[in-house]
Write a protein that binds this ligand. Structure first.
Ligand SMILES: Nc1ncnc2c1ncn2[C@@H]1O[C@H](COP(=O)(O)OP(=O)(O)O)[C@@H](O)[C@H]1O
Ligand SMILES: N[C@@H](CC(=O)OP(=O)(O)O)C(=O)O
Length: 456
C-alpha cells in the first residue's frame, strides 16, 4: 500500500486534480490520498490557507469577513465547476465556511486552527466527491474518525503514539481514502493544526500508521534539487538521499519537504519518494536510511540557506577557566523561552546563533542586561540579519577539505564568513553570512561543488 500526498499547487485547480486522479488510478497500491488546501495557480495567486488566516485575523479584529469568505468559497466553486461537481459540493463548503467564521473566538488559537484547517478539510471532501462522480470508490476520511491523535498548542500539533495504532485500521478499507492534511485532534476533541507546510507531516504519520511500502510526496518540481531552484538556475537533481540529509536540509531551508515529516518516516522505516504531479513517471527523489554510491561521488548532497538569524556574542577574559559559564548563558536564553541553533565557541569568547523570530526586542534587552550584570563579561552584544548556509552530505565525513573548499569559494566571491560550525556527526557544515549576500553565497558554494558536475 502507498500513501500519496499532494501539495497545494497539485490541488490548486480542476486540471491539477484530474492529474492527481490519473496518478491514483494508475497504481492500485495508491489507496490513501492526503491532500493540502488549494495552493497558488500562478506566482501572484494566494494560497487558500493564507486567505483563511486573513479571514480569521479579520474576525478577531472585529472587521467584516464577507469578502474574504466569498474569495475562499469562490476558489472551491471554480475547482468544483472545472470538475463537474459544483452542485454536489459548493453549497456544503459555503455552509461549512460560514459556520467556521462564526465559531467562538474565546480562545484565539483554537479559533484560528479550525479556520486554517478548513482549507484541507473542504478540499478532501471536494476531491472525494469528484472521485465518486467519475465512478471511483472513494471516501472522505476525517482525521478524528481515523484517530489522528495529537497534543500541543495551537499551530504546533505533536502526534501521539496512540495515533499509529488507530491509523493502522485504515489498511482494512477497500475504497480509496481521501484524507485532509495539516491537522489532528486532541483527546478532548479539540482540533490542532501542524506548523505551516504540515500536510507533509500528516502524510508521513498516516504512512507510518498503515506501514506503507512507500510514502509518495507529489509536488511541483521533478526532484529535490541540490539547491533552491529559485536561486540557482536548473540545479542538479538529487535522486537519492538519506532521512538524515533531508531532515537537515529541510530544517535549514529546503521548503520542498517538511523537516518534521521525516521523523515518523525514519522511525517506521517508510521510504519517501518526492515526485512531480506533472511528471509522475520521473524518478523523483527517494529518501531512505541507506547511503548509496552517489554519496561517495558527491560529498555534498545539498546546499540549503535560510534568512532570519541573529548572533549573540559574549567575550570574557579567561572564560575557558570558568566552570558553568556556558550552562548559565544557555539558562538565561532558556528563561526567555528561546531555543538556540548553534553554539560556536573560542577560548575567551562564545557566540549563540538563534532564529530572530524567536525573540522580541524586550527579551533581547533583558537577555543582554542579564548577561552583562550576572556574568560580569567584558563585552556582550547581539547582531541581526544573518543567513545560515548549510552544506549537508553523508559523504562529507570521508572527504578531507570540505570546509576549506567552502571557505575558499566564499572568499573568492568576496563574501565575509561571520561564523563556521560543523555538526558533530559531520554530515553538516554551517556558514553564517550577512543576509544581503545570502544568494551570492549559495551560488559561490554551488559553483565550487557542482557547477561542473551533474548528478546521475
Ligand atoms: N532544494 C529544493 N529542491 C526543490 N524545490 C525546492 C528546493 N528548495 C525550495 N524548493 C521549493 O519548494 C517548492 C515545493 O514545495 P511546496 O511549495 O511546499 O510544495 P507543495 O505545495 O507541493 O507542498 C518548489 O516549487 C521549490 O520552489
Ligand atoms: N495548507 C497548509 C499546509 C500545507 O502543507 O500546504 P502545502 O502542501 O501547500 O505546503 C499551508 O499552506 O501551510
Amino acid at each position: 500500500m502507498k500513501v500519496s500526498k499532494f501539495g497545494g499547487t497539485s490541488v490548486a485547480s480542476g486540471n491539477q486534480i484530474e492529474q492527481l486522479k490519473n496518478i491514483i488510478a494508475a497504481d492500485a497500491a495508491r489507496r490513501i490520498v492526503i491532500v493540502s488546501a488549494p495552493g497558488k495557480r500562478s506566482d501572484d495567486d494566494v494560497k487558500v490557507t493564507d486567505l483563511l488566516i486573513d479571514l480569521g485575523e479579520k474576525r478577531l479584529k472585529g472587521e467584516p469577513v464577507g469578502d474574504v469568505l466569498e474569495q475562499v468559497v469562490d476558489r472551491y466553486r471554480t475547482i468544483a465547476q472545472e470538475l463537474g461537481v459544483e452542485k454536489t459540493i459548493t453549497e456544503s463548503i459555503q455552509d461549512d465556511m460560514q459556520a467556521r467564521a462564526a465559531f467562538s473566538t474565546e480562545d484565539e488559537g483554537i479559533f484560528m486552527d479550525q479556520m486554517k484547517a478548513a482549507g484541507e478539510d473542504n478540499n478532501a471532501k471536494l476531491i472525494a466527491a469528484y472521485f465518486n462522480h467519475i465512478g471511483m470508490a472513494a471516501s472522505y476520511m476525517n482525521p478524528r474518525e481515523a484517530g489522528l491523535l495529537v497534543n500541543g498548542e495551537a499551530g504546533n500539533a505533536q502526534v501521539l503514539d496512540a495515533a499509529y495504532e488507530s491509523l493502522a485500521k485504515l489498511k482494512d478499507r477497500d475504497e480509496i481514502l481521501v484524507f485532509p492534511g495539516f491537522f489532528g485532534y486532541k483527546e478532548n476533541g479539540q482540533l490542532v493544526t501542524f506548523p505551516r507546510g504540515g500536510s507533509d507531516i500528516t502524510g508521513a504519520i498516516v504512512a507510518a500508521g498503515v506501514n506503507a511500502e512507500m510514502y509518495e510526496n507529489f509536488t511541483d518540481v521533478d526532484s529535490v534539487c541540490v539547491a533552491n531552484p529559485k536561486v540557482i538556475d536548473r540545479p542538479s537533481e538529487i535522486h537519492h538521499m538519506t532521512y538524515r540529509e533531508m531532515r537537515e536540509l529541510s530544517y535549514s531551508g529546503f521548503a520542498v519537504f517538511h523537516d518534521v515529516a521525516l521523523v515518523p518516516a525514519f522511525r517506521h522505516k517508510i521510504p519517501v519518494n518526492v515526485k512531480n504531479t506533472n511528471n509522475p513517471e520521473g524518478k523523483g527523489t527517494l529518501i531512505t536510511a541507506e547511503k548509496s554510491e552517489t554519496h561517495d561521488k558527491y560529498p555534498i548532497t545539498g546546499i540549503a540557506a535560510d534568512k532570519g538569524f541573529s548572533i549573540i556574542y559574549v567575550r570574557k577574559y579567561l572564560m575557558n577557566r570558568e566552570v558553568g559559564f556556558g550552562r548559565r548563558l544557555l539558562e538565561m536564553i532558556e528563561d526567555e523561552g528561546i531555543s538556540y541553533e548553534h553554539l560556536p565557541s573560542g577560548i575567551d569568547d562564545t557566540s549563540v546563533v538563534l532564529r530572530t523570530s524567536e525573540f522580541s526586542l524586550d527579551s533581547e534587552n533583558r537577555l543582554l542586561t542579564r548577561i552583562q550584570n550576572e556574568m560580569d563579561v567584558d563585552d556582550a552584544y547581539i547582531e541581526h540579519g544573518f543567513t545560515m548556509l548549510m552544506l549537508v552530505g553523508e559523504g562529507m565525513k570521508e572527504t578531507v577539505g570540505i570546509a576549506a573548499r567552502g571557505s575558499k569559494a566564499l572568499a573568492e566571491a568576496g563574501i565575509n564568513i561571520e561564523m563556521i560550525n560543523q555538526g558533530p556527526s559531520e554530515v553538516s557544515l554551517a556558514f553564517a553570512v550577512k543576509d544581503r549576500v545570502g544568494d551570492e553565497a549559495i551560488k559561490a558554494i554551488y559553483d565550487e561543488f557542482y557547477a561542473t558536475q551533474l548528478h546521475d
